[in-house]
Design a binder for this molecule. Structure first.
Ligand SMILES: Cc1cc2nc3c(=O)[nH]c(=O)nc-3n(C[C@H](O)[C@H](O)[C@H](O)COP(=O)(O)O)c2cc1C
Length: 301
């Protein structure tokens, strides 16, 4: 059986990746699982300058999910090269660097910098983070801006460029088409949904920044519906994300039309979730007599 998935010039050994911001840079999980057995590791966002992130608390549990307001806390591109790249380059799995910024130039400069100092398997552009007031949200909600930033990043790298969509827009399919027009190799969908939790006893929002991004099983049906819709709106492959916590959820995405998936919040609950998910997909393929993982989508009636 062939579980591999090809995105641009990169081939992932299997379709189950770990989502940006929920798996650090891999080393954090080394004591718990065989990190090299996952299909693709999407790093925590890397930005030009280091970011301390938002005021705490940054995370609040909700029904079947969580709200986060991390604020893209990360070491910045220079320390990424010296502190994170050496272990990432040794990984057997595909490593995709998640890149974020406030303005278009940030994305282009970070990708150019990484091309020179820390080339890995490819880039995922986080144009969709709802926690950054300027930049992220503005770019990811506007098709012209998405096409423009994708075109510019495309011009500085031949590695796969994956554009990660926000669900916080009227029509994510329109944004996906813009990324495709800009030369993206794939779409990843979706980032978190804007949400708010209020502490009724203390009469204030739980998160100091008021809103956060909702993730986890609570958002899965939204993600599956988007995978179904967006994968039919573009020719490039779609990587499904949102509330995946095991084989059943991953298979829903693959049946909906995603070529691969990312597991996010569920890593916090059960770090072995990726292994279970890969095994479950293999079993499903055996039961349905499939040779290639890409055949799963054709089973949906
Ligand atoms: C704590 C936390 C941090 C995150 N940080 C990032 C990030 O840096 N870049 C990014 O593109 N997405 C980030 N995300 C979004 C996830 O990659 C994923 O798109 C989202 O959580 C939905 O998947 P899930 O329901 O499986 O968690 C973060 C999510 C969480 C929960």
């Amino acid at each position: 059986m062939d579980l591999s998935v090809t995105i641009g010039r990169t081939t992932m050994p299997n379709p189950v990746g770990v989502a940006s911001g929920t798996f650090g840079y891999g080393s954090e999980y080394e004591q718990l699982i065989d990190v090299d057995s996952i299909g693709a590791l999407y790093t925590k966002a890397v930005t030009r300058a280091a970011r301390p992130g938002n005021e705490i608390p940054r995370i609040v549990e909700t029904t079947a999910g969580l709200l986060n307001s991390i604020g893209l806390a990360n070491v910045g591109q220079e320390r990424f090269v010296t502190e994170k790249y050496p272990s990432l380059r040794e990984r057997a799995c595909t490593v995709i660097v998640n890149v974020a910024g406030d303005v278009e130039d940030d994305y282009v400069e970070t990708v150019e910098f990484l091309e020179e100092h820390a080339p890995l398997s490819g880039y995922e552009l986080n144009v969709s983070c709802p926690n950054v007031k300027a930049g992220g949200l503005a770019i990811g909600t506007n098709p012209e801006l998405v096409e423009h930033v994708t075109t510019r990043v495309r011009s500085v790298t031949e590695r796969p460029v994956i554009v990660k969509l926000t669900p916080n827009v009227t029509d994510p399919a329109e944004i996906a088409r813009a990324a495709e027009a800009g030369g993206a190799d794939a779409i990843s969908c979706m980032n978190t949904l804007v949400g708010m939790a209020i502490d009724v006893k203390n009469l204030r929002t739980v998160l100091p920044g008021k809103t956060g991004g909702l993730s986890g099983p609570a958002v899965r049906p939204i993600g599956v519906a988007l995978a179904y819709r967006v994968s039919r709106a573009v020719e490039i492959p779609l990587i499904g994300i949102g509330g995946i916590d095991g084989p059943d959820a991953a298979l829903q995405y693959l049946l909906a039309g995603a070529v691969a998936v990312q597991v996010g919040t569920a890593n916090f609950v059960d770090p072995t979730v990726t292994g279970r998910t890969i095994d479950g997909i293999r079993t499903f393929m055996q039961e349905h007599n499939l040779q290639r993982v890409g055949e799963i989508a054709s089973l949906l009636r």
